[in-house]
Design a protein. Structure first.
Length: 184
C-alpha cells in the first residue's frame, strides 16, 4: 500500500509539496523523554520535522527527516487533533472518558501507549505547560460510544523517494528517477 486510504489526489500532492518546499529547512528539535505518568505532560507536534493534515477523519503525518509517513483514524485522530491544540495528557484522558463508555484504566493504558508510539517515531515531543483548553466543539455532549484502541500505522514504502533531493539526487530525466550511484 503506497498511501493511507484517504491520502489521494490533491491531499497527497499537498503533503509531498510541503516536504519538497521545506527540505532544506530541516532542523532537529530538542526532545525530552519522560515518564508519561509524571506531572500531566503536554506534547507538541515536531513542526520542524513533521507535516500533517486531517482528511475525512484520518490524521496523516509525514516525517520529513525519516521519510516515513503515518496515519491514524478514530480515537487516534482525535488525540492527534488535541495534541495539535495543546492539550495535556490529563485533558486528553478527560475528553476521552467523557466520550467513551469504557473503563478509564483501559483508556489511560491505550493513550499512554499511543503517545509513547508518537514519541518513539519523533512525531511529538514533551513541552512544559498546558497551552490550550478543550473547546465546546471538541467536548460536545453526546451519547457515549465504544472505545477503540488508537493505532498508529507506519508506512516506509516510499521513504527513499521522500528523502530524495529533487535537485541533486535525480537522473537527467528528472524526479522521481534517482541518479545511478557510481561505484569506485
Amino acid at each position: 500500500m503506497i498511501c493511507p486510504r484517504s491520502l489521494t489526489g490533491a491531499a497527497a500532492l499537498r503533503v509531498v509539496a510541503a516536504v519538497l518546499l521545506c527540505k532544506n529547512d530541516r532542523t532537529e528539535s530538542v526532545r525530552r523523554t519522560s515518564d508519561l505518568m509524571a506531572n500531566d505532560p503536554v506534547f507538541r507536534v515536531d513542526a520542524a520535522a513533521v507535516v500533517s493534515d486531517i482528511i475525512a477523519g484520518e490524521a496523516v503525518m509525514l516525517h520529513r527527516v525519516s521519510g516515513d509517513y503515518f496515519s491514524t483514524d478514530g480515537v487516534g485522530c482525535l488525540i492527534w487533533e488535541w495534541i495539535g491544540g495543546g492539550q495535556s495528557r490529563g485533558s486528553i484522558l478527560n475528553g476521552l472518558n467523557q466520550r467513551f463508555a469504557t473503563d478509564p484504566a483501559k483508556i489511560e493504558t491505550a493513550v499512554d501507549a499511543f503517545l509513547a508510539d508518537l514519541v518513539k517515531h519523533k512525531l511529538i515531543y514533551e513541552i512544559d505547560g498546558d497551552v490550550g483548553t478543550l473547546t465546546k466543539a471538541s467536548f460536545a455532549q453526546q451519547p457515549k460510544s465504544a472505545f477503540t484502541t488508537p493505532i498508529l500505522h507506519v508506512y516506509s514504502d516510499i521513504r527513499r523517494m521522500i528523502l530524495l533531493d529533487p535537485i541533486h539526487d535525480v537522473a537527467e530525466v528528472g524526479w522521481p528517477v534517482p541518479a545511478k550511484v557510481s561505484t569506485p
